[in-house]
Design a protein around this ligand. Structure first.
Ligand SMILES: *Cc1c(COP(=O)(O)O)cnc(C)c1O
Length: 394
């Protein structure tokens, strides 16, 4: 019988004394703690796309920090975690998902575009101009040609233009990318129409739901759109944008065979094979996702989504009431608002109150991203600060 983790740790500490001076190690850790304490309090970073992990997720993460996800034969609990996460996601998205844990949206996109290229033998990526920068990056790494389709006023993919572009490049488009939760304003692309157009032209659909996927999983009416089923589709969803520490994401396939493309020989590994683009990687994000989703349950996922949308609604309503233009929705729990040439001074006023909001690619626009650890009074404080700073000097 193997010793438990805690027992292991004690043994290791005794065994390392010949190599490391414990007093020196202690001093280094104290120094790192001091550095860490200078970072902003996590929930105050209200513009970033990541969030403070749920405490249960952080514990599970730490428990699995040293486990190699790439070696499930030796670390056999990884297979169990994989099964449990797949089962949880199948309860929400329907049966027979292919699932590959990834480090997040950018690895999911790189893998997804690669799969589409290999599966179709084609080389063009079609994405909207508002797609995340990681799509252009993945296309470039893969030597694929990116063609950008126009967007409407709310930064949603224009499907008529997409259809025209697909016709103009008939037989050469490997993948059509849609975004659920555009980084600049939270917009949702018209996914079902885009999927239909993609499949008619023989392309794979890639859904970038890195940030928007988790809140949409908590909206029963919207959940069905995340992974359309009538043709080949892949979706990337990040848990580290909302509930777990990074790296913690998944790439899901509605046709599990699509993931066979990234199955490789691994002659020296006990299993003889491995899946996904990286080799050694931590199982921590996988364990954190399992722990967070099991602790929440479907009810909790819905309750959390409700909380995020309520926060975003409050910010949007409060800002509109103060005469500040809000872009779109919020169709996902992100509020992009336009304070024009006062953007820098508004961001500075927020910073003085301890709130960090981020800019967007749209000039004069700042973004509030809702987090589970924000309260009503938090968002009221943000709205008041923005309203005051935006009106000053007008
Ligand atoms: C965050 C994000 C990404 C990149 O994901 P990482 O997890 O940072 O690799 C890609 N697309 C969208 C829409 C995102 O929000």
């Amino acid at each position: 019988m193997l010793a438990g983790h805690r027992g292991h740790d004690l043994g290791l500490r005794n065994r390392v004394d010949w190599l490391l001076d414990p007093a020196r190690a202690e001093k280094i850790l104290e120094d790192l703690q001091r550095l860490r304490d200078e970072d902003p309090p996590p929930c105050r970073v209200a513009g970033g796309m990541t969030a403070e992990p749920l405490p249960v997720a952080l514990e599970a993460y730490t428990l699995y920090a040293r486990v190699n996800l790439n070696d499930p034969t030796t670390w056999y609990s990884v297979e169990t975690l994989m099964k449990r996460l797949r089962r949880l996601l199948e309860e929400l998205l329907g049966p027979e998902l292919g699932m590959l844990p990834t480090s997040g949206g950018s690895e999911s996109a790189l893998t997804g575009l690669y799969i589409a290229r290999e599966a179709t033998g084609r080389n063009i990526v079609m994405a909207s101009r508002a797609a995340h920068a990681s799509i252009a990056k993945a296309a470039r790494i893969l030597g694929m040609r990116l063609i950008e389709a126009p967007v409407d006023y709310d930064l949603r993919l224009d499907v008529d233009s997409l259809r025209r572009l697909l016709r103009a490049h008939q037989g050469r488009v490997a993948v059509v990318v849609v975004t659920l939760g555009v980084t600049d304003n939270g917009a949702i692309d018209p996914i079902l129409e885009a999927a239909e157009a993609a499949w008619e032209s023989g392309a794979v659909l890639y859904v970038d739901a890195a940030w928007g996927g988790f809140p949409l999983l908590g909206r029963p009416a919207a959940r069905g759109m995340i992974l359309p089923r009538s043709g080949p589709a892949l979706v990337g969803i990040d848990f580290h944008k909302h509930i777990t520490p990074p790296p913690s994401g998944v790439l899901l396939a509605n046709t599990p065979e699509l993931l066979d493309v990234v199955e490789y020989q691994a002659p020296y590994m006990p299993s003889g094979r491995q899946q996904g683009l990286p080799w050694t990687r931590t199982a921590a994000g996988l364990a954190a996702a399992v722990a967070a989703l099991e602790a929440l349950g479907q009810d909790g996922v819905e309750k959390l989504a409700q909380h995020l949308y309520e926060l975003a609604e409050r910010v949007a309503e409060g800002l509109r009431a103060a005469g500040i233009p809000v872009q779109g929705g919020p169709s996902t729990p992100l509020v992009a608002f336009n304070v024009g040439r006062r953007a820098d001074s508004v961001a500075e006023a927020l910073r003085r109150q301890g709130w960090i909001l981020y800019p967007s690619r749209l000039p004069g626009v700042l973004r509030y991203v809702a987090k589970w650890c924000h309260t009503r009074s938090d968002v009221e404080e943000i709205v008041e600060t923005v309203a005051l700073a935006a009106s000053r000097g007008l």
